[in-house]
Design a protein around this ligand. Structure first.
Ligand SMILES: [Cu+2]
Length: 481
């Protein structure tokens, strides 16, 4: 069964609001899509929570910057509604594909069983639905959901499919980090349009980039913030663009993909590749009310977001000296167990993605040392499903050690591998046995085959034997599983 557009959107639009179920009516603005910002930027919308009883539905949607375009989203909005949940709770949600093509629901950054992971093998047909259920077994952090059907992820994401998935826990709550009006949750993208009627997605194996910035679905937005310490939780949801975030206001990194890092680190710039998240404090306490501060992208020379600073009652809250205790993974050293060379636009270690092939098996619970390297086509944002990793170093091809970046401390699920560098990580899969993915998160690289399957298992020899049998005969219900 497939839904037509009216059916798919039914029930998601509130009266009087055209096209923006996810945002409050007062925030609705349409920015004319253009390569330079409008004189008066449109207000920045804040995402709205997905109600506990509501399904999550992939639907058509209309971007604010091109309202006549037939694009995609969730529950009628792009980006989709925000999911918030606490550690140790069960996430249960009926997800439905209200599009006229196959899609999948991948929970990026979440450690979940294979069949809940939204992998290409488990895409949902048009009109189909399924129930997702998994326990939240990881610490607080900003994660997100997006499609992962093989060969079409880039186009679907470009069309607007992404949403936030926030986990909270007691450790983070105890810090009393800025919240409510002092907290922004941002997804950064870029876009390219033909007038107000069409998003332009060209098949570019090197990675598709747009010519103007989009924050939470709005081109060139502005927002208002108090002259306090504020928290900016940022996701790079672009297909291929690497953002270099700068601001005249002081920025302090407090977290990333896997939640809080050990202690705050002031930074002048944060480089974010597609899929990565960063948690920043921005210090607006000494910015005079009435002033405008930018969140900028240095490489694109864009002011991504204009922040109008207003006077507010000061608070006594200050930046904590310590944020979290990170358990360092320990490894015997020596050469890496596995080296992955990301080649050109479509291969890892000379292989293009094949859905049925399992490249290797990892022993559950064992710390492994992996090396990511580039052979042309970089930058490659390398993403692993099924576990988080810790970055322990790497090398520039000139022999120098890779730089230590403050925003890469703690736990990561995506890391930017630049031209001429290797990145070494320690990783331990201690949660689930099953099949997971390693891939480039430049979505056009991913779609063209820069991805592989591996399995996590207690018995890696047996797991590979089963994988070879399944490669020939298809999925088998093994008696011991
Ligand atoms: Cu790549």
């Amino acid at each position: 069964m497939s839904l037509n557009r009216r059916q798919a959107l039914g029930g998601f639009f509130t009266a009087g609001v055209v096209g923006w179920a996810g945002f409050t009516a007062s925030d609705i603005s349409v920015a004319l899509a253009q390569a330079s910002p409008p004189v008066e930027r449109p207000l920045f919308p804040r995402p709205v929570l997905l109600a506990a009883g509501d399904e999550l539905v992939a639907t058509p949607a209309h971007p604010a910057f091109a309202p006549q375009a037939e694009a995609y989203g969730y529950n009628g909005s792009t980006p989709g509604p925000l999911i918030r949940i606490r550690k140790d709770e069960m996430f249960r949600k009926v997800v439905r594909n209200g599009l006229t093509e196959e899609t999948s629901f991948h929970w990026h950054g979440l450690t979940v069983p294979t069949l809940m992971d939204g992998q290409p093998q488990d895409a949902l047909a048009a009109g189909a639905s399924t129930e997702i259920a998994f326990p939240i077994i990881q610490r607080a952090g900003l994660n997100w959901y997006h499609p992962h059907p093989h060969g079409h992820t880039g186009r679907q994401a470009w069309n607007g499919m992404a949403g936030f998935f926030i986990i909270e826990d007691d450790e983070e709550n105890a810090l009393n980090l800025p919240s409510g009006e002092d907290e922004l949750i941002l997804v950064l993208r870029d876009a390219k349009v033909q007038g107000l009627t069409r998003l332009i997605y060209e098949l570019n194996p090197d990675g598709h980039e747009g010519d103007f910035p989009v924050v939470n679905g709005v081109a060139w937005p502005r927002t208002t913030l108090n002259n306090r310490l504020v928290r900016l939780r940022i996701l790079n949801g672009a297909n291929a663009r690497v953002f270099q975030l700068t601001s005249k206001a002081p920025m302090i990194v407090i977290g990333n993909d896997g939640g809080l890092i050990d202690k705050p680190h002031p930074v002048d710039m944060v480089e974010m590749s597609p899929g990565e998240r960063v948690d920043l404090l921005m210090d607006l306490r000494r910015v005079p009310p009435g002033a405008r501060v930018g969140l900028n992208c240095a490489s694109a020379e864009w002011k991504l977001l204009e922040i109008n600073v207003v006077a507010a009652e000061p608070t006594s809250w200050d930046i904590p000296e310590r944020l979290s205790e990170i358990e360092p993974l320990v490894h015997g050293g020596g050469e890496p167990e596995r080296t992955f060379v990301f080649q050109e636009t479509d291969r890892i270690n000379d292989e293009r993605f094949d859905m049925k092939t399992i490249a290797f098996a990892v022993e559950q619970g064992k710390v492994e040392r992996w090396r990511f390297a580039s052979a042309r086509g970089a930058p490659h944002p390398v993403h692993v499903h099924g576990a988080h990793f810790q970055i322990i170093g790497g090398q520039h091809t000139n022999g120098n050690p890779r730089r230590d970046y403050a925003w890469e401390r703690g736990w990561k699920d995506t890391v930017l591998v630049r031209t001429h560098e290797t990145v070494d990580v320690l990783i331990r899969f201690d949660s689930y046995e099953g099949r997971y993915l390693l891939h480039c998160h430049k979505l056009e690289h991913e779609d063209h085959g820069m991805m592989l399957n591996f399995v996590v298992a207690k018995d890696t020899v047996e797991a590979m034997r089963r994988a070879e049998v399944e490669n020939i005969y298809g999925p088998i219900c093994w008696p011991t599983l």
